[in-house]
Design a protein around this ligand. Structure first.
Ligand code: AVJ
Length: 305
């Protein structure tokens, strides 16, 4: 963790990928079960309903970037039925424990060979493509609205990198959360059980554990803000009082004022047509979009041009 560089920026921030140590990943899994965080269930319904349209018998490999516990890909493969032949399933994640969990969820499925890549999305995707060459097309999946953590320039760069790793005719399935009423968004990111608050504060606990920090967890309030101008939910940790912060392992010492915050995550929310134009600009043709109008979530299926 490079906390020194980020915590000295203004506003102070920490990248959201640092939220996912073992405890953070377990807290995120708990979030997915919360009634106020419908994204995961909504996406799972869409995958199951449209599996036979998503799956082409031409696919010889499925590559999931950030498979989590593997349950979504597993549901998709089960629901694809006879539309699916023998398949190489590539799982890409920086977390060894996530890969092990996803492998367990998928290895009971017939006619799949599972390959794991413990590395970044960009490198893992290239490795997967090299390991499953033509003939046959590949389906790359990027689900869970993980795209929403990128700011717009980073998002475009990432999607172009994905496109460059693929060949014309390969498919890309993107799950992304949609703009919805502010009260629903705030409940999803500041739930009444306090699980999201624990998920956010764990970042401070992690720095205390791994970098000998002195963060007083009670000294920071979890805050979720809807930034309508940027179309994103922001998570912050707001200092309840003026306090000294010492992170010995990062050789970092500073004072935070009362009300000053550390910005820990952005979750961008989209309109369906914006998702389509983002994909088109990145070198994809959009083939289909399925929208869950109850929880406002979109699955978009595109093809590399
Ligand atoms: C896993 C990044 C998609 O942004 O909604 C859940 C993480 N943060 N609650 C999201 C998260 C707060 C989640 N992503």
């Amino acid at each position: 963790m490079d906390v020194r560089g980020f915590l000295t920026l203004r506003p102070r921030q920490l990248p959201s990928r640092y939220l996912y140590d073992d405890l953070g990943s377990a807290l995120f899994e708990a979030i997915c079960h919360l009634p106020w965080y419908p994204l995961t269930r909504s996406e799972l319904r869409l995958l199951q309903e449209h599996a036979r349209d998503i799956f082409s018998p031409r696919f010889s490999a499925a590559i999931e970037l950030g498979p989590g516990n593997g349950s979504k890909l597993s549901a998709l493969l089960e629901a694809a039925g006879s539309r699916r032949g023998r398949l190489d399933v590539h799982l890409v994640d920086v977390s060894e424990s996530a890969l092990a969990q996803a492998r367990r969820a998928l290895e009971t499925i017939a006619n799949v060979r599972i390959l794991t890549h413990e590395t970044t999305y960009e490198i893992g995707l290239v490795e997967s493509v090299l390991a499953s060459p033509f003939p046959g097309h590949r389906l790359t999946l990027f689900l869970g609205s993980n795209l929403g953590n990128f700011d717009p320039p980073g998002r475009d760069t990432f999607l172009k990198t994905v496109r460059r790793a693929l060949s014309p005719g390969d498919s890309f399935l993107l799950g992304a959360d949609l703009v919805k009423p502010e009260r629903d968004l705030l409940l999803a990111y500041d739930d009444p059980l306090g699980v999201t608050a624990a998920f956010n504060r764990n970042l401070l606990a992690r720095i205390n554990r791994e970098l000998q920090g002195n963060f007083d967890l009670d000294g920071f309030a979890h805050q979720a803000i809807w930034n309508g101008a940027q179309s994103r939910v922001e998570m912050h940790l707001r200092s309840r009082r003026r306090q000294r912060i010492d992170i010995r392992g990062a050789d970092l010492h500073f004072v935070m004022d009362e009300g000053e915050s550390i910005w820990t995550e952005s979750s961008y929310k989209y309109q369906p047509r914006d998702i389509a134009s983002i994909l088109e600009r990145s070198g994809f043709s959009v083939r289909a979009q399925w929208i869950d109008g109850v929880d406002n979530f979109a699955l978009s299926l595109a093809e590399a041009k």
